[in-house]
Design a binder for this molecule. Structure first.
Ligand code: ACO
Length: 355
């Protein structure tokens, strides 16, 4: 039976380093507060004009493609995960295809919109295509440019200190070895709490969901059929175009769902937490990772964390962390590796693989 393996992996981190001290110059926060609550020391911010999710994704992809020992023309499908796309439409997948110079190949490009869980969803979808034999070299990318749209005033500090920019990419290929590659996957969602971690504008909701939930928010819509609801003057004036997060609620649910997803894939494959060589969790918050590790009885060297240097890069965080772990020799052939994520939606999930 065919299994999917990660044949090549790469990352791209924009040059500019934004420290906690830098942020404390522009808003009421401190290095001590950020480190204590999140573990983050610094993050990288993209160049405003040159780095986009598609362009950063292409840079990470070129490395992954080279390490997989294939040429760009061999890629037969693209999956692109981001919550900060270059355009509202079309998706960043086709823009990255063009950036890579392979638009002429006319391969399919699918954009995934499951935020922090984007890489897990993308990997699971890619795995199905590889197993059925439909594709042989899938390029899966997670990339984010959060710095383009955060509220860098004291009003937005609970969100803006957490996020960073970057991209990670993998090339998936089939192997005829039942003991290698992706062994088990789990995907979940629960839309009950959709607005608890969300950026609802610009959008076409017209206030519908907020009204149904009994949330009294005035988005400044006019009654004219012909006035836009996508972006209104009120949204700009009232800071309604920024991400919103109820941090404590996200924390409470994340620390339940992360371990549940990890245990689910371990159980599916008949494995125990102690057998894991490395858990690479979505880098949401160092405290969440530590809580999950404790709940599963994992030792410190069984969990990879790099949020201290990159912040939370959402769909890019797992491929960046996995790439770094691989480059450091923390992931070797034969290792049992688990990837897991929880985030906006809520969505959560995990993949277990034998490297
Ligand atoms: N600097 C200083 N003070 C701050 C900051 C900041 N950056 N942000 C919030 N505060 C203040 C608040 O105003 C509040 O002050 P008050 O008590 O005077 O009202 C106080 O700190 C506590 O605020 P809380 O939001 O309750 O802070 P909490 O201790 O919960 O920490 C945090 C906030 C870090 C966001 C935490 O809730 C958390 O980690 N939640 C998980 C969410 C998460 O990880 N999200 C990542 C994105 S989602 C994902 O990837 C899963």
């Amino acid at each position: 039976m065919k299994r999917s393996i990660i044949a090549g992996i790469g990352k791209y981190i924009p040059e500019h380093v934004e420290t906690n001290d830098d942020l404390s110059q522009i808003m009421d926060t401190s290095d001590a507060w950020i480190q204590e609550r999140t573990g983050i020391k610094e993050r990288h911010f993209a160049d405003k004009h040159k780095d986009t999710p598609a362009s950063m994704g292409a840079k990470a992809a070129e490395i992954a493609i080279e390490r997989a020992g294939i040429s760009k023309e061999d890629v037969d499908f693209i999956i692109f995960a981001t919550l900060s796309p270059d355009y509202y439409f079309p998706g960043s997948g086709v823009l990255m295809q063009r950036e890579l110079g392979i638009a002429h190949t006319e391969i399919g490009a699918l954009d995934v919109r499951t935020q922090c869980t984007g890489f897990i969803y993308g990997l699971t979808v890619a795995d199905q295509f590889i197993r059925t034999g439909m594709y042989k070299n899938i390029l899966l990318v997670g990339a984010e440019k959060h710095s383009m749209g955060l509220d860098f005033t004291t009003r937005g500090r609970n969100v803006s200190v957490i996020f960073g920019d970057g991209a990670g990419a993998v090339v998936l290929q089939p192997v005829e070895d039942e003991n290698r590659g992706i062994l088990a996957s789990a995907l979940h969602s629960d839309g009950t709490h959709a607005e608890i971690l969300a950026m609802v504008n610009p959008g076409s909701h017209g206030g519908y969901h907020h009204e149904k939930l009994g949330l009294e928010v005035d988005f400044g819509f006019s009654e004219s059929r012909y006035d836009p609801i996508f972006v209104t003057r009120k949204m700009l004036d009232a800071a309604q175009l920024f991400p919103y997060m109820d941090g404590p609620t996200v924390f409470k649910i994340a620390v339940q769902k992360f371990p549940a997803a990890i245990l689910e894939v371990l159980e599916k494959a008949g494995k125990k937490p102690a057998e894991l060589d490395l858990l690479v969790p979505h880098q949401a918050n160092l405290r969440i990772s530590q809580f999950v590790a404790k709940r599963l009885g994992l030792k410190e060297d069984q969990v990879y964390n790099n949020i201290q240097r990159y912040g939370n890069t959402t769909a890019a965080s797992i491929p960046i962390a996995l790439c770094e772990a691989w480059e450091e020799g923390r992931v070797k052939e034969g290792d049992l590796v688990c990837l897991a994520a929880f985030g906006s939606g809520f969505t959560w999930g995990a993949n277990l693989m034998r490297w």
